[in-house]
Design a protein around this ligand. Structure first.
Ligand SMILES: O=C1O[C@H](COP(=O)(O)O)[C@@H](O)[C@H](O)[C@H]1O
Length: 225
């Protein structure tokens, strides 16, 4: 795990945007297309807006999500809606978008589609909740053990968090760890403590610990107090 500390959340967002843009550009030198999975929630807005202004060949980039809620894209809690409003604009308007949820009332159809067609993911940018949830792998959701199983053959699962709004679709740990590089964007001391403690304990109590403790892909943490 590589820890990058910034004075403000805006500094962290700008630096993360530059790092992700540089990594996308580097990969586009040797790959025809690059796919990046993005976080949702409330905090990625500044990062998305900064990244959308970076100059690179966005027409060869596919953007997808780490997780989304089973709501229409027009709903304020839709992660796809957030990406469309704040990332797929400016230079990044040329990127292709691969939503996880296309039929909120029929998530099984989306799971089948994702299993069959989701492109290989090169980079992942995560956020994390104050309970240590990563994507929508929540510590208290009944499906989380399945989502964290190393040998889970599915790209994504349906999750029903008992203490957070909306049923969700989230990519599985197994699928996320096929990426070659992981970035984690977090703010505040409470989240920093969980990530640091995750270095000592691999536990379903903090699903993020499965990403902190793996050795497949470097995890770059971007943090501001
Ligand atoms: O529910 C979710 O929460 C996490 C954390 O969101 P944040 O606004 O506290 O950073 C997010 O990473 C995830 O994608 C989202 O669906």
């Amino acid at each position: 795990m590589y820890w990058h500390t910034f004075h403000t959340t805006d500094d962290a967002a700008q630096a993360l945007a530059r790092a992700v843009a540089a990594e996308l550009s580097k990969r586009l030198e040797t790959q025809e297309r690059v796919t990046v999975a993005m976080p949702g929630g409330r905090s990625p807005v500044a990062f998305f807006e900064a990244l959308s202004c970076e100059t690179l060949d966005w027409s060869r980039v596919t953007v997808t999500l780490v997780d989304d809620r089973l709501v229409d894209e027009s709903h304020e809690d839709s992660n796809a809606g957030l990406v469309r409003r704040h990332l797929l604009q400016n230079q990044a308007a040329a990127a292709a978008f691969w939503p996880l949820v296309t039929e909120p009332s029929n998530p099984k159809a989306d799971i089948a589609r994702l299993d069959k067609e989701l492109p290989e993911i090169d980079l992942v940018v995560f956020g994390m909740g104050e309970d240590g949830h990563a994507g929508s792998l929540f510590p208290d959701a009944p499906e989380t053990d399945e989502g964290l199983a190393e040998n889970n053959p599915h790209a994504a699962i349906i999750v029903t968090p008992p203490n957070a709004p909306h049923q969700r679709i989230t990519l599985t740990l197994a699928r996320l760890l096929t990426a070659e590089k992981l970035y984690l964007a977090i703010q505040g001391r409470a989240k920093a403590k969980i990530v640091q403690a995750s270095g000592w304990a691999l536990t379903g109590r903090w699903p993020i610990s499965y990403f902190v403790q793996q050795a497949k892909a470097p995890l770059e943490v971007y943090w501001a107090p």
